[in-house]
Design a protein around this ligand. Structure first.
Ligand code: UDP
Length: 244
């Protein structure tokens, strides 16, 4: 059994430290243990201060990975050298692993505008033909269609469920519905379907390597500026916390 990753507190929220999150999750999958994976960044930390439900879900998640540069810098300020683990990359690694297991690890894509998760599934099917994607659903369902969708999930029992509804909707949705497939890995993947479907792109490597992926997102989606005000807020809190 792979040892559970060590936990560290980032302004009151847990983050797990490891270089092999995928190994740990694969191990849990083999044992039939369900997991909720949260991909923590500074925006989420700031949101959690005003959103008790989100904070409580993050505290209960089996795995919280350091997705954002701010979280990595916070850890560094506290003497913890940890590699950043973007949620999209962990999801890609889990999909490749699921591909190796084929039918015994059915996968579901939920979220994004109509057609996007479907397109992302096609792209993945070409990349990893053995991957058993048993269904896709878009993230703008009517309440009736959502009820139907829940029945589908219950029936198909996917083992890896990617939920791309944006933060905090995806975290709340997973927490409320993970009992439907209690042995699955559930991971909130934000806009990853948009990227796999070719609708958006990730920042070039040199920006990612210099902790500037957020700047590229701001350039691609300037309307995010209000949300991104959380970044300087987080930086100030992190510094104040360190000095205290
Ligand atoms: N989305 C959705 N249903 C909604 C709201 C959003 O499926 O009711 C999708 C949206 O189409 C996009 C993703 O959620 O694909 C949000 O992506 P974003 O990059 O904004 O995620 P975040 O930065 O919040 O992780």
């Amino acid at each position: 059994m792979v040892e559970a990753p060590k936990q560290f507190s980032v302004l009151g929220l847990p983050v797990h430290l490891s270089d092999h999150y995928d190994h740990w999750l694969s191990d849990r999958l083999k044992q039939g243990l369900g997991s909720h994976v949260v991909t923590l960044n500074s925006e989420m930390v700031i949101q959690s201060e005003r959103n008790d439900a989100l904070a409580s879900i993050i505290r209960k998640a089996e795995l919280v990975i350091p997705d954002g540069a701010g979280v990595i810098l916070y850890l560094l300020l506290h003497g913890q050298r940890q590699q950043r683990c973007p949620g999209i990359e962990l999801a890609e690694s889990l999909l490749r692993q699921a591909g190796q297991w084929g039918e015994s690890c059915p996968v579901f894509f939920y979220g994004g505008a109509p057609g996007v998760a479907e397109k992302a599934a096609e792209v993945w099917h070409q990349k990893v033909p053995q991957l058993a994607i048993v269904g896709t659903e878009h993230g703008y369902l009517s309440p009736e269609a959502e009820e139907e969708f829940k029945l589908t999930l219950k029936d198909k029992q996917p083992k890896l469920i990617l939920v791309g509804l944006g933060v905090p909707r995806q975290e709340l949705w997973i927490a409320q519905h993970r009992h439907l497939c209690s042995q699955a890995i559930w991971i909130g993947v934000g806009g990853s379907f948009d990227i796999w479907a070719g609708i958006k792109s990730r920042a070039p490597g040199w920006l990612r390597n210099n902790h500037l992926e957020w700047l590229y997102r701001l350039y691609q989606e300037p309307w995010r500026w209000r949300r991104m005000m959380a970044l300087p807020q987080f930086a100030l809190k992190a510094l104040a916390d360190r000095l205290a």
